[in-house]
Write a protein that binds this ligand. Sequence first.
Ligand code: NAD
Ligand code: DAU
Length: 350
Amino acid sequence: MAKKILITGGAGFIGSHVVRRMVNNYPDYIIYNLDKLTYAGNLENLRDIEDNERYNFVLGDIVDAGFINELFAKHSFDGVIHLAAESHVDRSITNPLEFIMTNVVGTVNLLNAAKEAWKEQYGGKLFYHVSTDEVYGSLGEEGLFQETTPYDPRSPYSASKASSDHFVRAYENTYGLPIIVSNCSNNYGSYQFPEKLIPLFIHNIRNNKPLPVYGDGKYTRDWLWVEDHAAAIDLIFHKGKNGETYNIGGFNEWQNIDLIRVLCTVMDKKLNRAPGTSEQLITYIKDRPGHDKRYAIDATKLNQELGWKPSLQFEEGLEKTVDWYLNNEEWLNHVTSGAYKNYYSKQYQI
Ligand code: NAD
Ligand code: DAU
């Protein structure tokens, strides 16, 4: 019997990679992609699979409890992979409430709907919640985030994700709902909205625009290729243990300014510019308020228990990513001009 899997936020950056992977790799799955299509949701990310008969797009808002309950009653999903979220730290600083609504209230609506729909039989069902390493707070020079690291969220974004993680675990503890949580580091790769560091800087370098570096640029992030994150989600969804948490990361720490310099070098080469040209665009600007100094993930558990490891070295992944953005100018132009918003109405005649 075909299994029905609900993926939320599947029109976003990571979600679109997860949807594509699930549709392509599992012929016995029917995939439902539930997405509100906020500014970050883009159906052009899924053009290659949109005509697959096992793929269904559902336009909707996870904050709307009535709609979510009806959806679960209608489809009797076998599993949920929950990625829908407001995801950009800078936006959370200007509009925290939107993050509370989608990330906290939206997650609780999905948990309630799953609990109700699955109440006769929890066996074989799974609510998989995709979260972030930012819930653990900020590291000093030393140490890595473990699954047992106490939560210490420090931005409205990470506070809302931490809250949603707590609710997911509370539903397991209180109601026995089958759940798994994973916490991942910074992703990079194709289809990322160009407000995040790497696609924004690729876009700006290509257009000879300043590269706005927050503060002194000496903030550290651990970078993982998005397709390796999607592979980890696939593995955890199928092989992970109920109730567990898995950290996902690239063992790949970079200070922002060092990463930006490498990116400038790659871009100079790709654009046939003299070495050093793009670096001249680096512009230090006022820091992000409450900017977390360092994130670094220890993904040993996922490696030892489920055998996952990143498939790409960072330099290779970065070059592939640059190539993708340079070869997909139309996608980038649509996103930056807002034209991608027309795609849904054209494609679905709504
Ligand atoms: P994204 O912003 O690219 O995509 C989010 C998607 O959710 C969009 O398609 C958007 O339309 C949809 N969405 C937003 N609000 C919604 C709502 N109320 N109802 C239904 N859909 C809604 O995000 P992303 O970077 O792909 O992140 C996906 C998930 O992974 C998030 O939960 C994020 O916290 C987590 N995460 C992201 C990273 C990263 O580096 N980007 C790292 C670790 C974890
Ligand atoms: O760690 C996982 C998180 O990574 C995810 O949960 C978030 O959804 C995702 O957005 C990302 O958060 P960051 O805040 O780390 O990503 P961002 O790309 O916004 O910034 C990366 C670093 O670069 C950070 O230290 C801020 C800095 N930066 C960012 C931008 C956009 C700049 O210096 N200038 C910029 O213009």
